[in-house]
Design a protein around this ligand. Sequence first.
Ligand code: PEP
Ligand code: MG
Length: 758
Amino acid sequence: MAPTVNWSGSRQLLRQLRDTMRSSGSAESRLQTIVEVIASEMKASVCSCYITRAGEVLELVATQGLNRSAIHQTRLRIGEGLVGIVAAREQTEAFEDAPSHPQFAYRPETGEDPFHSLLGIPILRSERLLGVLVIQSLEARRFEEDERESLETIAMLLAELIASSEFLSDLEKRGIDYQTVGTPRLVGQGLVKGFARGFVAYHDQEILIRRFVAENETEEQDRLSAAMKALQLSLENLSKMGAVAGDQQSREIMNAYKTIAADRGWLRKIREAIKTGLTAEAALHRTITDYRARFNQITDPYLKERVADINDIATRLMKHLVEQSEGGVIRDKDLGNRTILAAKTLGPAELLDYNPENLSAILLEEGSANAHAVILAKSMNIPVIARIKNLFNTINDGDEVLVNAHENSVIVRPRNAVADLFEESVQAFHRRRSEDGAQSALPSITKDEKEVGLFVNAGLMMDVAHLEETGAAGIGLFRTELAFMARQGFPTVEEQTEFYTSVMNSAGQKAVNFRTLDVGGDKVLPYWSNGHEENPAMGWRAIRVGLDRPAMLRQQLRGLIRAGDGKALRVMFPMISEASEFFRAKEIFDLELAHEKASRDVEPNSVSVGIMLEVPGLIWQLDQLAPHLDFISVGTNDLLQFAFAADRNNPQLSNRFDTLSPAALALLKSVAECGNRHGVTTTVCGEIAGSPLEAMALIGCGFNNFSMSWSSVSAVKAMVRSLDSQAIAEYVEYTLTRSYQSLRQPLLAFAKDHAVRL
Ligand code: PEP
Ligand code: MG
């Protein structure tokens, strides 16, 4: 094969491919024609296309040059063989002498023995791996840059054909035999980021009940009372553990939990069940089964998480009852180190039962960021992936798994090659982290000396604790509702003042943007109900509640003003959808300010009031509103979910639109331009602000400030310091006028060409 494709040849090739893609015929026959065209135009001995199946297996689906009979027969795991390496790394890889590579996986059915060089290009769409395009040549040779470029462009086109066709569903129907191929890969939601490699232990809650019918009712009632006492005592002891006692949020969680444990309602039910002739454990079992059934009907995510708490308490109480009757102690499973705990749900006390030293990660079939156990795991730095479908169907007790909570994935029973690649990427990640971390004291400034403000998002004191080490300029978004959610009752003004004061004190001289409560919708407080809503994200939430129930908003503002006495106070209102809402909220704020000054002589040194831009409709009023704002914070999590009508919490939709699509960037660019036009500081504080590639694109759109999770600051700063802001601005401007597809690949290419650190 000779390197013959230059750009004019490539254009002709692309035209041919486009015509083939548009032609009639099945997707598979079009794909076959495409590989034939590529092989002929690029003078390659072989051109093949592999498609990813079930997220873990690469199947040969079209080839020119290999035996056609191998189509649908040859399958490789991701990470297996050279094609598998390309897939695992998701980057173009060239192998001059493929058969001599230690990971070469020979498949006799393909007849690929005579070929030496191999160039593999991942077929990616919205960061999702759809397959691998491969060319091979008879002789050992180097591949030129323009060949790679041509094939990367072709791979982008192929991604569209594969994603839009009946192809994938056809393949899915064909079924997959996991006995012969496949390292199962599960996906969920990475709630606490991190990596882990270890062995699964099921979190087993079931306790066998041996006696159902009571002989003596009074005895059973006494046994219940004794077990309750023992339960309360054991909870007290857990609360005194170092991991809990040293952390305010963890203490509050355990207090909330103890209140549930002491709840008279369910105790009364157990006592009534004992009166019907059941033993204490059988009565507990019946009561709890009833509770679970009722809670399972609830859609409210906060209350749903309380099922985990109740399960946890019931299991604990059951253990105490069984201990009494059997006279022994039920020991928790002895965990080896490197244990990956797999549970349906997990309560906070259940988590604390395990020695955190032995826990490498937690996998949950249910669970959400609201779960008490998840918040505790975060404070203990244990990675968590939740909402994993089919967890227990796919993973066996004792299985080895690779957990990547940064990418929300779990690889089950990995082959050595896959595990080695995983270890390699974990090491690279940590290397990169420590290199980036070394930059924390350096200024956040681009190569062309533009300052980029980097801030952290926080909501718990444990997030604030990381502010100093990141070198961030302050807290760009403080989500006040998180502290409210960990409690059992609405905090008083004094309690709020104390909390906000401790946040400001921890932040020292650095700015803190407090966001007023974003409750309602799916963020529900246990002590405050807003009834059932069909569409909670778009429901009665955030400032809408604040304006309709001003007492709640006033109390919070009072707490904030008091905490800001003699300091710089910065407050913003969430989910403003039209200018008038801001003016009404600001009026309430001004009244409180005047009241606090008059009645207590409390007065912040300076006051800045801004909004969260999360509702697309407001963009059309932003020019009128901006002159009245001290700052704008762009909540892209909500803004984009509403702009694309795609629920941000629905994993099925997570790849539905690309945050780097021309539409998303054009929308965000118009917001940045509006902020800049009016000289109002505009900060992006949604998840995308913490991704170096996205943040690079946003600098190109005109944003100069970003607020993100503390763990992302160093990586974003490394990107900023390697970027020329003028060059990216020109590039974004240019590509936005030319591309109809995602700008992700062009932006990645820009970063590569300009040595931007991603
Ligand atoms: C957002 O919507 O982008 C945002 C930062 O707010 P939250 O994620 O708390 O809704
Ligand atoms: Mg939001």
